[in-house]
Design a protein around this ligand. Structure first.
Ligand code: NDP
Ligand code: OXD
Length: 320
């Protein structure tokens, strides 16, 4: 019975070392960074569990004894989109380490825009000592799209920092201190109050291309920051990069932070790179850290083998 780490674009080594540390008796196999597995047919037959990030579809299809597929990300769009996906349970990452990293990123970017990070950096370059008018956090409304594991924690962190926080999700939510809106019917009211829009949505057919010019036009325009701000750390497929670039260039957005893009890595020729009011990070808002997450997965495998239920199962019909 073997575990296979099947990743493209990531090093499998740190996962393999951590898995072996935690479960020394288990056989752990790995792909190269190109996702290719160099093992033989017996190896493929031995695989019961796969830990996957952008796995190759033909590899998954060849694992005839696969029992559980573990996504190494919280988002599973890269797996659900694969042709011929094996009909086994798909478990996604839900872990305090990942959640804390995301809330840290969201707080960092919200504070950057709220505390006028770009303006202060410009003043510093110009060697000018100038006090800018600074609204209080409580005057600013942060609207979070996606009130799941990550959105809820980020909302609570921002409430603690004093922001007015509202949220939007598919189904109704009750979170203390966070007015929440849901479904298509609730979107316009939500956007109309939002000064800083944060997306922590998964990529599904419903969220694809959602953050476009018409949506950005519905954000509150007369807020204390002088215009709306966008922060997307969910998935790039939920946004229209060109519409965001246009809105940043003509002032419909006064600033943005993007961790995710329609095409990743963001092509060197993208006009987004040269926008002065945009923070670009390379999909690192909440990285999957082997040290913390491998334990989560080993614990799940152990529980599963003792007949226990798997946690954090993905509903393929819902898409997240
Ligand atoms: P969850 O599944 O816990 O939450 C998803 C949230 O999105 C839920 O509140 C859900 O609503 C809402 N949602 C889904 N579809 C819609 C829709 N059509 N309309 C309105 N709301 C919708 O996911 P997580 O919070 O764990 O993660 C969110 C995403 O963050 C991941 O899918 C991934 O794409 C991204 N991510 C990015 C990382 C990065 O480094 N940039 C790192 C980790 C994750 P409801 O609650 O009603 O079901
Ligand atoms: C994730 C990610 O989904 O890192 O966890 O994007």
């Amino acid at each position: 019975m073997a575990i296979l780490v099947a990743v493209t674009g990531w090093e499998a080594g740190p996962w393999v070392r951590r898995l072996k540390e935690l479960a020394p008796g288990r056989r752990v196999l790995e792909t190269g960074i190109d996702g290719v597995f160099a093992g033989n047919r017996d190896d493929l037959e031995a695989v019961r569990y796969v830990l996957a990030w952008k796995p190759r579809p033909e590899l998954l299809a060849s694992l005839i004894n696969l029992q559980v597929l573990f996504s190494l990300g919280a988002g599973v769009d890269n797996i659900l989109a694969l042709p011929g996906l094996p009909d086994v349970p798909l478990v996604r990452i839900v872990d305090p380490d990942l959640t804390a990293r995301m809330s840290e990123y969201v707080a960092w970017q919200v504070l950057h825009h709220h505390r006028q990070g770009f303006a202060h950096a410009r003043l510093q370059v110009e060697r000018r000592w100038q006090e800018l008018r600074q609204p209080a956090a409580g005057e600013v409304t942060v609207g979070i799209m996606g009130l799941g594991v990550l959105g809820r924690d980020a909302a609570e962190a921002l409430c603690r920092l004093g922001f007015r926080v509202i949220g939007w999700s598919r189904t109704e939510k009750v979170i203390e201190g966070v007015a929440s809106y849901h479904g298509k019917a609730g979107l316009e009211d939500f956007l109309g109050q939002t000064d800083i829009l944060v997306s922590l949505l998964p990529l599904t057919p419903e969220t694809a291309g959602l953050i476009d010019g018409p949506l950005l036009a519905k954000l509150r325009r007369d807020g204390p920051l002088g215009g709306p701000v966008l922060i997307n750390a969910g998935r790039g497929g939920s946004q229209v990069d060109a519409d965001i670039a246009a809105a940043l260039a003509d002032g419909r957005l006064i600033g943005a932070s993007l961790d995710v893009f329609q095409d990743e890595p963001l092509p060197a020729g993208s006009p987004l790179w040269s926008l002065p009011n945009l923070v670009i990070t390379p999909h690192i808002a909440a990285v999957s850290a082997p040290r913390a997450l491998a334990r989560n997965i080993i614990d799940q495998i152990t529980a599963f083998e003792s007949g226990g239920p798997l946690q954090n199962l993905v509903d393929p019909a819902r898409g997240y």
